[in-house]
Design a protein. Structure first.
Length: 309
């Protein structure tokens, strides 16, 4: 799957992933109204509104980007109906030939970790039949339980030719409470990055590993260090736009070949119509605002990469 991701990045010239992290406050009133009229003001109605909102955005941007990243919590909050909307979203993105990064941030050990890996990336057996459940292409995982929590995912990824993005240095303001703690004179996240590179050596593609890392756009100096420590690791970079990251901050996350990183924007894309620079798009045209936000983000990143040359 890392090969497909790289091929699509090259084809679109857009190292961009759209975070499909919908909140009801992002969804235009006309979509909410229609779903509530059909299903009532119920969890089913809310989940349908999420799905319809996602579908509009996917239809508008699928030709511009290589990948999407649905955050499972935004769906889980609506219970079973929300998880149905998550599944519909994953399946529809695959229909549009998008790479799907399941933002699930799992972190457990043993059989529990193996079950998470099977459910999201692998296969499960029911009687004489085998099924892929959620069937994402990549998943995000938390490494802080050590190799016991990561190895079951890697085992499934090898079987299915799928991948991971492992949290290393996250974009949130309090990430340093633990991740920046010095041990042996170096921050903890550097050791985690080195371990990600070690895990990645178990599951290599041609030029890059199937095992990637998450390093936030809000810490560009950390990105520079991690690029050096993980030369064969694809870096998923959250924190663009709404959290303050911009193209000029991101050049060191990329290798000299212009590859090696993919940048996520969530509300900066899916709720673009609410932003001042896209205010001329009406709520009814929210998906057109999302498309323009993707075009602007791609131009920003590519412009910064060109200036580096």
């Amino acid at each position: 799957m890392i090969h497909k991701l790289i091929e699509k990045i090259k084809k679109t010239n857009a190292p961009v992933v759209a975070g499909l992290d919908p909140m009801l406050s992002y969804i235009p009133e006309h979509i909410l109204k229609k779903s509530y009229e059909q299903y009532g003001e119920t969890l089913e109605g809310a989940a349908d509104a999420v799905w319809q909102f996602n579908k509009g955005i996917i239809d508008s941007i699928y030709d511009l980007i290589p990948a999407v990243k649905p955050q499972i919590a935004m769906y889980e909050q609506f219970g079973i109906e929300g998880m149905k909307a998550f599944q519909k979203t994953v399946d529809y993105c695959h229909e549009k030939d998008l790479v799907v990064i399941g933002d699930i941030k799992r972190g457990d050990i043993g059989s529990t970790s193996a079950a998470y890996a099977a459910g999201h990336l692998g296969k499960v057996t029911a009687g004489s039949r085998t099924y892929s459940a959620f069937n994402e292409d990549f998943a995000t995982v938390n490494p802080y339980l050590g190799s016991d929590g990561i190895q079951p995912f890697i085992d499934v990824c090898k079987e299915e030719k799928k991948g991971l993005f492992i949290l290393v240095k996250t974009s949130n303001p309090s990430s340093g409470e633990f991740q920046d703690r010095l041990t042996g004179g170096r921050p903890l996240y550097e050791y985690v990055g080195e371990k990600v590179a070690e895990w990645g050596a178990q599951h290599m593609g041609d030029d890059y590993s199937y095992i990637g890392a998450v390093v936030g756009a809000t810490y560009p100096e950390a990105g520079k260090i991690m690029r050096r420590l993980m030369p064969k690791t694809y870096i998923l970079v959250p924190g663009y736009g709404a959290q303050g990251g911009k193209g000029a901050d991101l050049v060191h996350y990329f290798n000299e070949d212009g590859l090696g990183a993919i940048v996520n924007s969530s509300r900066g894309i899916i709720a673009a119509y609410k932003l001042e620079q896209y205010a001329h798009f009406s709520p009814e045209n929210y998906a057109d605002a999302s498309r323009q936000a993707v075009l602007d983000m791609t131009a920003d990143i590519q412009g910064a990469l060109q200036q580096r040359k």
